[in-house]
Design a protein around this ligand. Sequence first.
Ligand SMILES: Cc1cc2nc3c(=O)[nH]c(=O)nc-3n(C[C@H](O)[C@H](O)[C@H](O)COP(=O)(O)OP(=O)(O)OC[C@H]3O[C@@H](n4cnc5c(N)ncnc54)[C@H](O)[C@@H]3O)c2cc1C
Length: 404
Amino acid sequence: MDFSWTEEQRLWRQTVRDFAQKEIAPRVREIDTEERIPPEIIKGMAELGLLGPVCSEEYGGAGMDWTLATIAAEELGRADISLAIPVLYLVEAAWGFIFDRYGTPELKAQILPKVTAGEAFLGIATTEPEGGSDILGACRTKAERQGDEWVINGEKVYISGVRESLNMGGIHLLLARTNPDPAAGHRAFTFFALPLRGTPGITPTFFQDMGRMGISTGGFAMEDVRLPASHQVGDLNRGFYHAMEGFSAARVLIGATCVGAAEAVLEMGMEHIKQRRAFGRPLASYEGISFPLANHYANLESTRLLVYKAAWIMDQKYGPGTHTHQDIALAAALAKLRAPQIGFEIMNEVADWFGAMAYTKECPVEMGIRGIRSYSIGAEGTMNIMRLIIARELLGPEFLPYRQ
Ligand SMILES: Cc1cc2nc3c(=O)[nH]c(=O)nc-3n(C[C@H](O)[C@H](O)[C@H](O)COP(=O)(O)OP(=O)(O)OC[C@H]3O[C@@H](n4cnc5c(N)ncnc54)[C@H](O)[C@@H]3O)c2cc1C
């Protein structure tokens, strides 16, 4: 076992940190207020290989491993504590990887170079009005084959990047039911690459979010949407499995961005408690302040280890190792359960240290609190769904209240 970073990993962290601290960190309040990511930041990310980092170089990706991609996620979280840019990064990283792995060469050549250049958006659309956790039970969107086309009807909600996709072009990976037989279980769904812009039959909707304001959340209804056969992503009726693979990848990167953002906020808090005096002494000298700091730091460090262990398992699976999907699902669920929760607790505590200022927009911590909550509430799976995966791996699927 070796906990040290390689020279390549150290240099990569420094490169992303230099970029993110210079180009992103000073503009986070602007991103939060104007509710958009400035195009020059997207261009800079593309130049560094931060859009579709794990995608093949053939399509403009950086061909990185998951550990390097996780380092970048942590650094982007440190710079943008509102977590809007990290969302752009990780959604495209994880789902771009799935599209690269399972999309048709024809469509990949059309879409991926634009995504990796920052000229198109690539997102994920599984959640429906009936629910996001129980995809199996809630997915009403249907795709029917008619000749060389798929005809799709249904609705997706709470989808990241709907506005970006409409403005820039690109695709959302859409999960739709392709086998009406209720006995088909998980083998009833297929993934499709759905361009929202310019596709007849799409009616978009938008939500006003609590946080991570730089990236939109919306939905779209689909009425007789027609897609060519080449837009099928992966095997027929294997979409559920492709989705689970993408969720695991996204959850590892989410863990890293939450660790990065929480660490940045903890550092802001430490600076403040060293400077701010009450009753004649710095706040930092009171154990009522420094002991919680020590606890939070211990939680943060242990969460970081979980995150990088998960990244390492990803590299074993997709590299030379022998890890199974189960190992990845468990490691990713542990990272996704701990990081948003620990990150939120840290930010909440630091807000207390700042006193009244924390309740104003003078203090950046409120952007972090609003942003990180998206991940415990639901984005890429709720806390209880992470617990459910962990329990399933520990106890076996026969102890779930239903077959998973
Ligand atoms: C900011 C944001 C961005 C998002 N972006 C996307 C996106 O890009 N694409 C996409 O497809 N979706 C996206 N989502 C949706 C997300 O995937 C869903 O919110 C999530 O899957 C939960 O679904 P739900 O909101 O319908 O809650 P529900 O599934 O209705 O769950 C409600 C509550 O019940 C709990 N619960 C459900 N089942 C169980 C159980 N068996 N045991 C115990 N508790 C249970 C859940 O943990 C949760 O607390 C996003 C969500 C947010 C908040």
